[in-house]
Ligand binder design. Structure first.
Ligand SMILES: Cc1cc2nc3c(=O)[nH]c(=O)nc-3n(C[C@H](O)[C@H](O)[C@H](O)COP(=O)(O)O)c2cc1C
Length: 191
């Protein structure tokens, strides 16, 4: 099993990265291989809306630091997207990646029963951290992105949510989410 893990927080040592790191660590312990990308360290542009990936190419026309990330995600069996909530959504860094996954869709994706260029059977994990302690707040994010992930072929999507966190959150606060990440790694690798 190959994992591509994308870290969307701009903070070094962020909570979302710690949870993602635990999931990857546990999965590697179970025999997976993993590549982790800290999106904030990369230089890339958002989708240009040129539709080259629908008209003349089967990949994104842009050639920047995200090119290798898109290739790694395409090759991976499991995509991990870890992001804090920023103003009710994933971070700009993660959204920049997400828009570029438009290149994974076939030209007739709106009408094609198999709209994705990716191999079937891939799994996806979203790790969502937020400051707001109420789980009902920002519960829409996963379902909104899930709909588009479904087009791309990610029919098995999982969520780890950690609410009420801040940059000062203690290791004790994070501990249950790290445990959840370990359990999920086990579920994904030993279904
Ligand atoms: C620019 C900015 C916007 C934020 N917007 C929200 C928000 O809309 N809802 C929320 O619950 N927390 C919000 N937060 C708080 C972060 O989601 C929270 O601190 C999170 O735990 C950070 O995760 P990280 O440690 O993975 O970076 C915001 C923080 C920043 C810096």
């Amino acid at each position: 099993m190959k994992i591509a893990c994308l870290l969307g927080s701009p903070r070094k040592g962020s909570c979302s990265s710690a949870i993602a790191g635990q999931l990857v660590h546990a999965a590697v312990g179970l025999g997976a291989t993993a590549e982790t990308f800290t999106l904030n360290d990369l230089s890339y542009r958002g989708c240009q809306g040129c539709y080259a990936c629908k008209k003349s190419l089967d990949h994104c026309i842009l050639n920047d630091d995200l090119t290798g990330v898109l290739e790694a995600v395409q090759e991976a069996d499991i995509l991990v997207m870890a992001s804090p909530v920023y103003y009710g959504d994933i971070t700009a860094q993660m959204k920049g990646f997400f828009d570029r996954t438009f290149s994974y869709l076939k030209p007739d994706y709106l009408t094609n029963a198999s709209p994705s260029r990716l191999a079937p059977g891939k799994k996806m994990v979203m790790i969502q951290t937020q400051g707001h302690p109420d789980e009902k707040s920002f519960a829409d994010i996963f379902s909104r992105y899930r709909m588009f992930l479904d087009w791309t072929g990610y029919t098995d999507c999982r969520l780890i949510r950690a609410c009420g966190l801040s940059p000062d959150s203690s290791p004790e606060t994070l501990a249950p989410y790290l445990d959840q990440a370990k359990l999920l790694a086990n579920e994904l690798l030993n279904p």
